[in-house]
Design a protein around this ligand. Structure first.
Ligand SMILES: Cc1ncc(COP(=O)(O)O)c(C=O)c1O
Length: 389
């Protein structure tokens, strides 16, 4: 019996069961297919598989059952037609842009994206002839004015890293579509457990699986999701460029997806409590968390996301010195650049994740030296507060 691709209308059920491929051994938990290649019955079969005339595995750079199970499960959770798994979140972005854009195309990128994403667009993709413009994520006039005839796509993170800004996905999707452009949403911060961008018209979803999809800080991985016709191009790029996910990592992410919803709910519950508590502290200048009614797009957040997510950023009074003092005084929180782990992490974005931006880029994105990002983990909230206190 092979219950591959069992799916229901319920997120929790799909996250533990969808996409499972059971072999003739009858294993209950998904198998790890740790093999680089697959054998063929004869030369004819090999030739047919290579020519795409017969379905089946060929070589794990582009076909592996563990990776396929992860892709099928995530596609169902994101309500996308197809998913292409990649080696990292950055290689998901690279594979997506390289396969859908050509030299001379124009892309519009939100100023509020992960620092390395800016570097990829500025230092690598621009060198290949891509025209890149930046706009403020929540400024709809800037998006309207950015459009050109050759605008191929918009690229956003919502909520954004690290200032938790939010954009109206439906507005941007409609605007892009009127111009025959695509909207790409990096859904790393909410995950499909708390936001399904396809429902608002997004064409392509990007993931750094390294974050909440794994959820325990173990493996690097990424994913690109969207319509089958678009993913065919991304998969073609991956087959030649080798931006593939390792089967071992795919297996770890499959296990991560099984607990995604309960983990995300717990992260968000802790993050909300922390944000409310931080807002009352006189030594703090400002708290950035989409679940707070002080967030400038709180009404939009309620429509678009199920919760405020698991990341809280805040500015302390006293500049970089005060920020570093706070970071260095923590004993429980881990000083690290990752997020989406069961363990809370504390980061100084301007000197780490966003340090490769120049000062102007950081100023425009609002990443000041007194800014701290906490990716709230699953420890008891009282211990997290006590550590920060
Ligand atoms: C929003 C976002 N997108 C993409 C990435 C890149 O992911 P990876 O580190 O898996 O390459 C990150 C990494 O921090 C991120 O925060």
């Amino acid at each position: 019996m092979n219950k591959k691709n069992l799916r229901t209308s319920k997120f929790a059920t799909n996250s533990v069961r969808a996409g499972t491929f059971r072999s003739s051994q009858g294993e209950h938990s998904e198998s790890l297919y740790l093999t680089s290649s697959f054998i063929f019955q004869n030369a004819e079969e090999a030739a047919e598989r290579f020519a795409n005339q017969e379905a089946g595995n060929v070589y794990s750079r582009f076909t592996n059952p563990s990776v396929k199970m992860f892709e099928d499960r995530l596609a169902i959770l994101e309500e996308a037609e197809e998913c292409v798994a990649t080696s990292t979140g950055m290689s998901a972005i690279l594979s997506c842009i390289m396969s859908l854009c050509r030299a001379g195309d124009h892309v519009v990128v939100s100023r509020s994206v992960f620092g390395t994403t800016v570097k990829l667009f500025d230092n690598i993709l621009s060198e290949w002839g891509l025209e890149v413009s930046y706009v403020t994520l929540s400024d709809e006039e800037q998006w309207k004015n950015s459009l050109k005839k050759n605008t191929k796509l918009f690229f956003v993170e919502t909520p954004s890293n690290p200032l938790m800004e939010v954009c109206d996905i439906k507005f941007l999707a409609d605007l892009a579509h009127k111009n025959k452009s695509l909207l790409i949403v990096d859904n790393c911060f909410c995950t499909p457990a708390h936001q399904i961008p396809v429902r608002f018209g997004a064409d392509i979803i990007i993931h750094s699986a390294t974050k909440y999809l794994d959820g325990q800080g173990r493996c690097l991985g990424g994913a690109v999701l969207g319509k089958r016709s678009l993913m065919k191009k991304v998969r073609g790029f991956l087959r030649s460029a080798g931006t593939s996910m390792s089967p071992f990592n795919a297996w770890v992410f499959l296990k991560g997806l099984e607990t995604l919803k309960i983990r995300m709910d717990a992260h968000a519950s802790n993050a909300y409590k922390l944000a409310v508590w931080l807002e009352q502290n006189k030594k703090i200048e400002k708290v950035y968390y989409p679940g707070l009614d002080s967030h400038p797009q709180y009404e939009l957040v309620k429509k678009q996301q199920n919760t405020g997510g698991g990341v809280v950023s805040f500015k302390v009074k006293g500049g970089k010195e005060a920020a570093w003092k706070l970071i260095n005084s923590t004993r429980l929180l881990s000083i690290t650049a990752n997020l989406g782990d069961t363990r809370s992490t504390i980061t100084h974005p301007s000197t780490t994740t966003h340090s490769r931006l120049n000062q102007d880029q950081r100023d425009l994105a609002g990443i000041t030296e007194n800014l701290i990002r906490i990716a709230v983990g699953l420890e008891d909230i009282d211990d997290i507060k006590a550590d920060i206190n």
